[in-house]
Design a protein around this ligand. Structure first.
Ligand code: NDP
Length: 419
């Protein structure tokens, strides 16, 4: 019986909250706190009659540590699940440390203003030293390792699908299928169609920043960087079919590269249709993806935030989206001296997700693992003092809960590989 404070009330949070309510034995009480309290109240109104979990709501600005600490002290949760944006990760971690509660999130820190001089100088130094230029990386949160260890608290980072489940798939493969893993290809395929000419499946600002950036992969202990969308492959995804996919930089590569030093190459591919890419390129070319404020008719606006206001809200795509996602990992290595390749993946149907929790599969595949990560932390099945990613714990209870809570997985021991 535990109490969870959930921060943020967007697409991913909507699913995680519904799943906490399905798991009342663990989550006897939850508080939903976000910037716009009316959204939290609407979710409570919908779910409270369906569950024994006692739901309360609050307004909080998660950029403000004092507001957060006051809220945590008054609610006294066992853990805080951060489902706001990556911009808020560090303030929420600080507040958790100050109040002595465990911390869980789904995406690693990146700053809102990438032109801020102190951050920019550290970023440029990191680009030179590490060789990848993504705006997000684990260094800011890994820097909290000692603080969480000394406080006797757990910070579980990145428990969405990718990162999150994909990292658990690697830990599971290592535990049950391999003595040594040589290569990992993480494949993220969305075969869904929402019928709009252009929309993003999760927060547009975070999504477009990620997709328009340089790609990179990990090879023999180093980053190899590519131009955006430079490496393209076709793959025939089980239950989805043939799709073009492109190599992207992705955060779990950084953690897996560190935690599984034996692995020689780690790549991440995501599928995109031509129309999505053409729209994105055009928006980028005219400056609409910029996060640097401009003054328009006497008022400061951030182009990508204005674009977000124009695009469909990802949380509204549920009723329109048809088709399936397929996300998983192809791993090659050796077991008992023999070469071996396996593919662990989950297939998720957009319409089935919508019928169950009123949301499309992208929010679903992130919200379910967010609840699972939180459940394992509050029940102390995953209990380590410090800051860890999901690949650093026993994968078995997580894999069991994926089957139990709507994301069943498959192990194919004879898969097609990616060239
Ligand atoms: P949304 O934009 O739908 O929701 C974000 C929520 O956070 C909104 O409710 C928003 O409030 C709230 N919020 C934003 N800023 C603040 C603040 N300062 N204080 C309090 N609340 C705030 O995003 P998603 O649900 O699509 O994504 C949520 C997270 O999940 C993101 O971090 C994203 O990167 C991550 N993610 C991870 C994935 C994975 O596989 N690991 C995949 C997809 C997403 P308001 O309603 O007022 O705007």
């Amino acid at each position: 019986m535990s109490r969870l404070l959930i921060i943020g009330c967007g697409g991913v949070a909507g699913v995680a909250i519904a799943k906490c309510c399905q798991n009342s034995q663990v989550f006897s009480e939850i508080m939903i706190a976000s910037r716009t309290k009316s959204k939290c109240d609407a979710v409570k109104e919908k779910l409270q009659p369906t569950t024994r979990t006692v739901i309360t709501t609050a307004r909080v600005d998660a950029d403000n540590k004092e507001e957060l600490t006051a809220l945590i002290r008054s609610y006294r949760p066992d853990a805080v699940l951060n489902l706001a944006l990556p911009y808020q990760d560090l303030t929420i971690m600080d507040a958790c440390l100050e109040c002595g509660v465990d911390y869980i999130d789904t995406a690693n820190y990146e700053p809102e203003d990438i032109e801020e001089p102190v951050w920019r100088a550290a970023y440029e130094k990191r680009c030179r030293e590490k060789g990848f230029t993504a705006y997000f990386d684990y260094s800011y949160q890994w820097a909290y390792q000692e603080k969480f260890q000394k406080a006797g608290l757990t910070a579980l980072l990145g428990t969405g699908f990718d990162p999150g489940v994909t990292s658990v798939f690697v830990a599971y493969a290592k535990k049950h299928y391999f003595d040594t893993i040589d290569t990992i290809d993480i494949l993220d395929c969305n075969g869904g169609d929402h019928g709009y000419p252009f929309a993003t499946n999760f927060n547009p600002e975070i999504n477009l920043r990620e997709v328009s950036a340089n790609g990179s992969y990990w090879e023999n202990g180093h980053w190899v960087e590519t131009k955006p969308m430079e490496i393209k492959r076709e793959y025939d995804f089980p239950q989805v079919g043939k799709k073009d996919m492109y190599l992207l930089h992705h955060e779990e590569i950084e953690a897996l590269g560190r935690n599984f030093p034996e692995v020689k190459r780690i790549r991440f591919f995501m599928t995109f249709g031509q129309s999505y890419l053409t729209h994105m390129k055009c928006l980028e070319n005219v400056g609409m993806l910029s996060t640097t404020p401009i003054v328009y008719e006497g008022r400061e606006i951030v182009p990508i935030q204005f674009l977000k206001a124009l695009l469909p809200d990802p949380a509204s795509l549920g009723p329109r989206t048809v088709g399936k996602t397929n996300i998983g990992c192809i791993l090659s290595g050796r077991k008992d001296g023999k070469e071996k390749t396996i593919y662990i993946y989950n297939v998720c149907d957009h319409q089935e997700c919508y019928r169950e929790v009123g949301s499309q599969a992208i929010s679903y595949t992130t919200g379910v693992p967010a609840m699972i990560g939180a459940a394992l932390v509050v029940t102390k099945k995953w209990d380590r003092d410090g800051v860890y990613t999901t690949d650093e714990f026993d994968p078995d209870p997580y894999m069991e809960m994926l089957n139990q809570f709507g994301l069943p997985w498959v192990v194919d021991e004879n898969p097609r590989t990616v060239e």
